[in-house]
Design a protein around this ligand. Structure first.
Ligand SMILES: C[S@@+](CC[C@H](N)C(=O)[O-])C[C@H]1O[C@@H](n2cnc3c(N)ncnc32)[C@H](O)[C@@H]1O
Length: 345
């Protein structure tokens, strides 16, 4: 393990005892938890919840019977939650490199699964590094959904992490993650600071470099689902980071062939209201809310994000790609891109 990773493991395995020990709000849930999650969370043991260091709720809907992989699962809160959502036909795999975190995750597993066996999918926690999922036995094209909550910023080799993600996802599979991003590149002098790194700040991805990374991995269109600013109250840390702006983003991306711009083929999509946790609307991203029964004009990429993925059964889609009408103007074209952190529609 590299020194940076040893420092991170030390931080999460020994320095922090609970989320109360964090010095910033970076590794804390900044968005309100959706209502449907409340009863599911209540079934999760307190010790696991106290050691939850996520920065969002990257829990996708419509995942019944899915195989879900949680990168950097920590003490496993999201895995316990996902196991209830995938149900008895599903499977959740959590990977983390910090033994102390995984020992908490494993401590309650048998009891939890025994008590909830009728409603839960299996859970498998694996000790390993997210840059090399093959070493953890994760095969190519084997995963329906990958989630990650405030972890990817901590990796010193983000290119390998995202390359692995797209290797192990099935075609049409979804990546849905929450993480810390910055509005500029972090200077080298801050990158080695163990507290800034552990608090998910100095490893934060500069959003434009993230866009370049995703494009280099043939994923030019990913979607921002939520964005929240990170407030830094600790005076010392505030002084260190100076003008750098940090925010937590929830991002979704799919494995498939997407174009780098939103193109118009005259397609529409109407949500059927069939996802039990969201009967009235479905939010694909921060600017696509599909109200039940109301057809919406969509670009070619959005249409594919629905028709080729686990969301397909919940939509009525119309149109194909036989006629092209030019750039999809309802997405705002170039003008909108200037103000959007995302790369496309
Ligand atoms: C901020 S915590 C988040 C944990 C968990 N996702 C949650 O929401 O509570 C970061 C976790 O990522 C793990 N981690 C960081 N870098 C990793 C890597 N390269 N490979 C595997 N795990 C890693 C750490 O051990 C730690 O448990």
């Amino acid at each position: 393990m590299s020194t940076d990773k040893e420092n991170i493991s030390e931080y999460y395995g020994k320095t922090l005892q609970s989320s109360k020990d964090l010095k910033t709000s970076a590794c804390c849930p900044v968005d309100r938890m959706p209502d449907f999650m409340m009863p599911l969370i209540q079934k999760i043991p307190d010790e696991i919840q106290e050691k939850f260091y996520g920065c969002g709720s990257p829990i996708p809907l419509s995942i019944e019977s899915a195989t879900v992989l949680d990168l950097g699962c920590g003490s496993g809160r999201d895995c316990y939650l996902l196991s209830q959502m995938v149900g008895p036909g599903g499977k959740v795999i959590g990977i983390d490199m910090t033994e102390e975190q995984l020992s908490i995750a494993n401590k309650y597993k048998s009891e939890f699964l025994d008590q909830n066996q009728r409603n839960c999918g299996s859970i498998d926690f694996k000790l390993g590094e997210i840059e090399n999922l093959a070493d953890c036995g994760i095969e190519e094209n084997s995963i329906d959904v990958i989630i990650s909550n405030c972890v990817l910023n901590l990796s010193p080799d983000k290119h390998s992490v995202f390359k692995e993600i797209f290797r192990v996802l099935k075609p049409g599979g979804e990546l849905y993650f929450a993480d810390i991003f910055s509005d500029r590149r972090i200077p080298q002098s801050l990158k080695k600071d163990p507290v800034l790194l552990g608090e998910c700040l100095s490893g934060a991805m500069y959003i434009e470099d993230f866009r370049r990374l995703m494009t280099s991995l043939s994923c030019p269109d990913y979607r921002i689902v939520k964005k929240s600013a990170i407030s830094i109250e600790d005076a010392e840390i505030k002084k260190q980071v100076g003008m750098i702006g940090f925010y937590s983003l929830t991002v979704r991306a799919f494995k498939g062939e997407y174009e780098d711009r939103c193109e118009d083929f005259g397609q529409t999509a109407a949500y059927l209201g069939t996802i039990p946790e969201s009967p009235d609307f479905f939010d694909l991203d921060d600017h696509h809310r599909f109200n039940k029964g109301k057809p919406m004009k969509v670009c070619g990429n959005t249409s594919k994000m629905i028709s080729e993925t686990h969301y397909a059964e919940h939509f009525n889609l119309h149109g194909d790609r036989s006629i092209h009408y030019g750039l999809f103007e309802d997405c705002g074209g170039l003008e909108k891109e200037k103000n959007q952190p995302s790369s496309c529609c």
